[in-house]
Design a protein around this ligand. Sequence first.
Ligand SMILES: Nc1nc2c(c(=O)[nH]1)N[C@H]1C(S)=C(S)[C@@H](COP(=O)(O)O)O[C@H]1N2
Ligand SMILES: [Mo]
Length: 163
Amino acid sequence: MTDLPEHDVPDEVDRDGWTLAVRGLVREPRAFDAEDLGSLPTETFAEDFDCEAGWTAEGLSWRGVRVGDLLEPVEPAPESQYALVHAMDGEYACSFPLERLADAVLALELDGEPLPTVHGGPARLVPTGDGDCWESVKWVDVIELTAERPDDTAREIALGRVE
Ligand SMILES: Nc1nc2c(c(=O)[nH]1)N[C@H]1C(S)=C(S)[C@@H](COP(=O)(O)O)O[C@H]1N2
Ligand SMILES: [Mo]
């Protein structure tokens, strides 16, 4: 059992027909479905998760696909430097320098089980190294590559919930 707290799943989150689109400044935009992702090599790593609101979940074990392995087949254009990671819950999106995103894992499993919807399934971004809780984007559906750092909403939405 994970000690990650369960938050409400917004109505817009719908796993039926879900794909992860990788598009923007790329030569070969692609949509990966669950089967495509399941056929890629996976990595497993354990870490604690700290939220800015003051809680910690210890010893989470994530398993998924390195985002760099999804970027390679879409052939990013040389001028792409950043990416916006969008989620299914409306306006929620978080920007990353492309190099940092390539190192992150798109988690499909948590603690040896398929990632539950309540924790971001089918796919949740888990950046490696130090980061902010809002960068762990649940319900990822689009990764959009850009030249300039895109405006995002995740920090503001997350901090707006902290009293
Ligand atoms: N799509 C999406 N991802 C999100 C959020 C969100 O509101 N929407 N909240 C973030 C914040 S602030 C935290 S602390 C974690 C909470 O993860 P949990 O719901 O699995 O405990 O999800 C992060 N990822
Ligand atoms: Mo958070």
